[in-house]
Design a protein around this ligand. Structure first.
Ligand SMILES: NC(=O)c1ccc[n+]([C@@H]2O[C@H](COP(=O)([O-])OP(=O)(O)OC[C@H]3O[C@@H](n4cnc5c(N)ncnc54)[C@H](O)[C@@H]3O)[C@@H](O)[C@H]2O)c1
Ligand SMILES: [Zn+2]
Length: 355
């Protein structure tokens, strides 16, 4: 088991606990006066292990769908918390993936002007990436993640046992973010993950070690730029193109898999713009392609990708802000690029190279 560690935040330090027996004894989650917000699917899959939580009078089950990351669902959950008589001295315990995290974090931050919350991430993406970093996001209409806050949990419990019931796509989605974080650290760290790719997919003990190293790398960045106004921006590697792929396929590609595609496109664009050698691009793209192989033949309409790219938050009024791997040290940097004819042609080629 990886070692527990502490993350510093504007709300004080919070602990990330690794355990492989949370499911055999969930009593530590019931300390104090908890209100549980639980992914309904997780509650069904682990009905025996989580029975004391599922039968707790202050438990709210939520379907983890992107549509449910809405203000309607926020008010629905708040209504239930109010009828369960939540008080400022109580706390919320969220059990689920990124969707349950976003809803619970947003509500914990705003209900009664803030109650403490704890998080049990049950997806690989949430364990390896989103659980630390303080962010919450809610969708409004078509605007994804448009409302949000920074409000870290007071404790995180990571039990790899949960990963055993995840669909293969969800494993690859989490690996997409693991690859991103290690690419940010160094080419050597990216290669270390790449060299273990097959092992990681098939062996949860190996996977757990990469969850740990991904969190330790991310911890360093969020401790200096928790509010994402500077260096933390590079964690958007693969995300401009990744979000564009998600939008162009109406979310037909899981998030972290779209991020792997986005990193592949970022490498191609960086080569075409003269920032990266083909050798480095190929080295990374071989690994990335393995991670999105199940989606490689997805039809991705170029025009829709380009129009989604133009709406990215990192753009200026005339230029795209892209996070690209640069130079002989493959440093991850933000580069401003004019979306001219040449860039559009480069995008068309980069997208064609995905399949
Ligand atoms: N706040 C942040 O920092 C942050 C960061 C990245 C992503 N996100 C958000 O997270 C969401 C994606 O989250 P995600 O990928 O963790 O997954 P998710 O919460 O969307 O869940 C994916 C699917 O896996 C199921 N599931 C969850 N745990 C399971 C388990 N142990 N076994 C079997 N099935 C399980 C869920 O019910 C759901 O069907 C997006 O809405 C994204 O915007 C937030
Ligand atoms: Zn992401």
């Amino acid at each position: 088991m990886p070692k527990n560690f502490v993350v510093q935040s504007h709300k004080g330090p919070y602990e990330v606990n690794f355990t492989d027996d949370l499911l055999s004894d969930v009593r530590p989650l019931s300390d104090g006066e908890p209100h549980f917000i639980v992914d309904e699917k997780v509650a069904n899959l682990y009905s025996k292990e989580l029975s004391s939580i599922i039968n707790h009078s202050n438990t709210i089950l939520v379907q983890a769908t992107e549509d449910n990351k809405s203000l309607d669902q926020v008010s629905n959950i708040v209504n239930q918390l109010v009828s369960n008589k939540i008080r400022r001295t109580h706390h919320i315990v969220a059990i689920g993936g990124g969707i349950i995290q976003d809803l619970s974090c947003f509500i914990a931050n705003t209900i009664l002007r803030g109650v403490r919350w704890e998080f049990v991430p049950t997806t690989l993406l949430a364990q390896a990436d989103s659980c630390i970093g303080s962010k919450s996001s809610i969708n409004v209409g078509d605007a994804k993640n448009i409302l949000g806050t920074f409000y870290p949990p007071s404790r995180i419990w990571i039990d790899p046992t949960f990963l055993r019931t995840l669909h293969k796509d969800e494993i690859h989605s989490g690996i997409g973010e693991i690859l991103k974080v290690h690419a940010i650290e160094s080419p050597e760290e990216f290669d270390r993950v790449g060299d273990s790719f097959e092992l990681m997919v098939n062996d949860f003990a190996v996977l757990e070690n990469f969850v740990y190293s991904a969190l330790l790398i991310k911890k360093r960045f969020i401790e200096v730029d928790e509010f994402d106004v500077g260096i933390r921006n590079i964690f958007n590697l693969g995300h401009s193109f990744g979000h564009a792929v998600e939008a162009a396929t109406t979310f037909g590609v899981p998030h972290g898999i779209a991020v792997s595609m986005g990193m592949h496109v970022a490498c191609s664009i960086s080569v075409a713009q003269g920032f990266l050698t083909q050798e480095h691009a190929t080295r990374m793209q071989c690994v990335l392609a393995k991670n999105f192989s199940a989606y490689a033949s997805t039809v991705i309409p170029v025009e829709q990708v380009l129009s989604a790219l133009l709406k990215d938050k990192k753009n200026s009024s005339t230029e795209l802000g892209l996070i690209l791997p640069i130079g002989k040290n493959v440093e991850i940097q933000k580069i401003m690029i004019k979306p001219d004819r040449q860039f559009r042609d480069q995008c068309t080629e980069a997208l064609a190279a995905l399949n």
